[in-house]
Design a protein around this ligand. Sequence first.
Ligand code: GLA
Length: 692
Amino acid sequence: MSRAAPAALLIGVAAPAMAQVVEPTAPPEPPPFSAQGEPNFVNRDEIFTYRSLDSYSQPEYMDAFVENGTLPPVEERLPTEPMVYETSNMVDGAGVYGDTMRHVIGGRPEGWNYWGGQVTGWGGIDIGLFECLTRTGPLFTLNADSLEPLPNLAKSWEWSDDGMELTVSLIEGAKWSDGDPFDSEDVMFYWDHIVQDPEVQPLNGATPETFGQGTTLEKVDDYTVKFTFTTERPEQVLYSMAYGTFCPGPSHILAPEHPANNPDNSYEDFRNAFPPEYMNFPVMGGWVPVEYRADDIVVMRRNPYYWKVDSDGNQLPYLNEMQYRLSTWADRDVQAVAGTGDFSNLEQAENFVESLRRAAEDDAPARLEFGPRIIGYSLYMNFSGNGWGEPDDRQQAVRELNRNLEFRQGVTQALDRVRLGESLVKGPFTSQYPGGLYAGTTFYDKDSTVFYPYSLESAAAHFEAAGLEDTDGNGFYNWPEGSPAGDGDVTITLLANTDYQTDRNLAEAVVAMMEEAGIKLSLNLMSGNDRDATRDSGRYDWRVERNASDLITVVQNTAQLAPTGPRTSSVHFANDDGELDLMPFEEEMVDAVNGFMATNDSEERAELMKTYQQLYTENLYGIGLTNYPGALIINKRFDNIPSGAPIFMYNWAEDNIIRERVFVPEADQMDTELYPDAIPGEPGSDGPVTAG
Ligand code: GLA
C-alpha cells in the first residue's frame, strides 16, 4: 500500500512534490565473501580437563623466587586439580616459555575496577586479567553436539531434578595472583554487591535480568554456590556465567572499598578506588598489570599463581609478558602488518586494502585471515520518553520523534546503504544491513527480516506522516506544531566514538544523508570512554555504534537484546524512578527474549528469534547501516593459533585464540620483555620485583 503526501506540506524540502511510500522488501543478498580457514572441530574434553599431574614446572627464572621464599613451590601455588590443556589439541603442541605479545590499542584504562564500571582499556586487557565462571570465546571450535559454555572457574555444574536449581562447583584451591584463595566469597561479593546493587553499573552490563527474572544465588560452602530459578532449567544462564557478565573480582581487595562495608566511601569513591597507577592488582587471569604510563604503555607479567597447566605439567601461560601500547586502533592494524606490533583485529574496513596488500608480500611478518561478516554498525535512537538522562525540551522533542515509527521509517529510507558501505571500502566486503540479527548466523531468518529500501521520496512521505513540515522553507524540517522545542528546525545530535575511523566515517555519512533528506544533525564526537559514559547515562539523541555480540550469537548477553530490565538495553533504560516506558513492539520483543531465555526447546527458540527479528527490523529498534567481515592479523612467530579463529563471535579473538596456550618457538623468540626475570609485586606496590 502506498499513499500520497499532500504537496503543500513538502514545499522547501528537497523531495518530489508527490511523495510515495516505497514498501519494505526482502533484504538484498550480501555479495559472496568466503571465510578463510576452517576451525578444527572437537569435543570439549579434548581441549582440557581438570586433574592432578605427577609434577609441574615453571619458567626457570622463577626458581629464584621459590628459593628466596617470595613464592611457594609451583605445586603449592596450583590447585589440587588444575585445568589441564591437552597438548594433543594444540595446533603446534606443547610450548616453551618466553617472549611477549605486543598489543597496540586505542583504548585507555580508567582503572582496574571493572566491577565498579571502569574501562581497563579494551583490546583484550580485561580478557587477560579476569577469568569468568564459564568461557565462550573458544566455542567456535566445538562440535555442534557438545556446544555448551566451557567450564572455567566453575569446574562443573549440576541441575536439580526439577530443573529449578543449578549447583555450581568452583575450582578448589586456586589462588589470586597475590596468593589469596579464590572461593565462593569472591563469587558472592560479585553477586550481592555488584550485580544486585542498583547503584553499581559493572562494565559489561550485568544486571539481575542477565541471569533470568527472579534468579537468586547463594553460597553452599567455600567452593559451591547454588542458583535458584523461576523457570525450569534455563541453560541460558551458563552463557551469562561467561565473559563479561560473571568474572568475579578479588573480594579481599574490593569489599573494603564498597559502600556496603565502608560508610565513608561513596559509589564514586568505590568506582575510582583502583586507578591505573595502582599496580599489581590481584587477578585470576594469566597476566598481572605491573606498569602503567599514561598514553604510553601497560605492561602485564605472568601470574605466578595461574591455575592452568599443559598436559606435560608446565604452568601456563607460556608468554612471560603482555604489552599494551596506548596508541590508536588504526595504528594497531598498521603495526601488526608491519611487524612492530603482534596482533590486530582488522575491523576498520578503511584499512583492508592496504593491509591485504602488505600481508600478501613474501616477507610479510604477519598473517592475515578473513572470517565471516561479523562487524556490523547501527544507528540507535534514544527511546526513553520519561526522563532517562534528564532531557531538556529539545532532547525531549527528539525522543518523541524517535518513538514515532513513521519518523524511524523516514530515517531508514533516507540512508543509502550502498554508498555507506562504499564510503568505507570498495569491493565485496560490505553488505547492506537491515539491522538485527546478522545474515549467516544461526538464528537469522531471511523471511523474518524487513528491509526498507533507500528512497528519499518515501522518506519524505514518512516524515510528513510523522507531522514534520518545512514551515520556513529553508530545506530542513521544523519541529511539529506545539513542540516543546519551539518552531525552529529539527536538530538532532549524533553521538559517535572518535577512537575509530569507521565510527567517525559512518557518522559523517549519516549526517550528510540526513541533510539530503531535510533533517539537521550535529555530530557529538567523543573518545571511547566519554562516549560510553554519555551513552550509559542516556545523555544522547542518536548514536552510531558497532554492534555487540548479542546480535551474532543471541545466546550471549541475551537479556540485552531488548529492554528486559530497567538497565539492560542501551537504547532504553528506565528513568530515575525505575520506570520503563516501553512501546508496544518493545514489550513484544521483551516477551520474545524472555521466552527464549526460559526455554531450551530448539524449535521454540528458533521461532522466538524469528519473531524478535521481525519486530526488530519492521519497527526499526536499531537502524542497520552496514556489515562486513574482519580479519585476524597475527605475527608469524606465534604458534598454537587455532585455525579459523574469528575476530569476533562469542567473544573477541583475544579470548578465542586462548592466549595462555600461545607461544613462540625458541628460535623465533625476540628480545621483547620489558621486565625479564621479574614477577608481580604486592598489590598496590610500585611495580614488579626481581629476585636479586
Ligand atoms: C576493542 C577492539 C576490538 C577488541 C576488543 C576487545 O573493542 O576494537 O577489536 O580488541 O576491544 O575487548
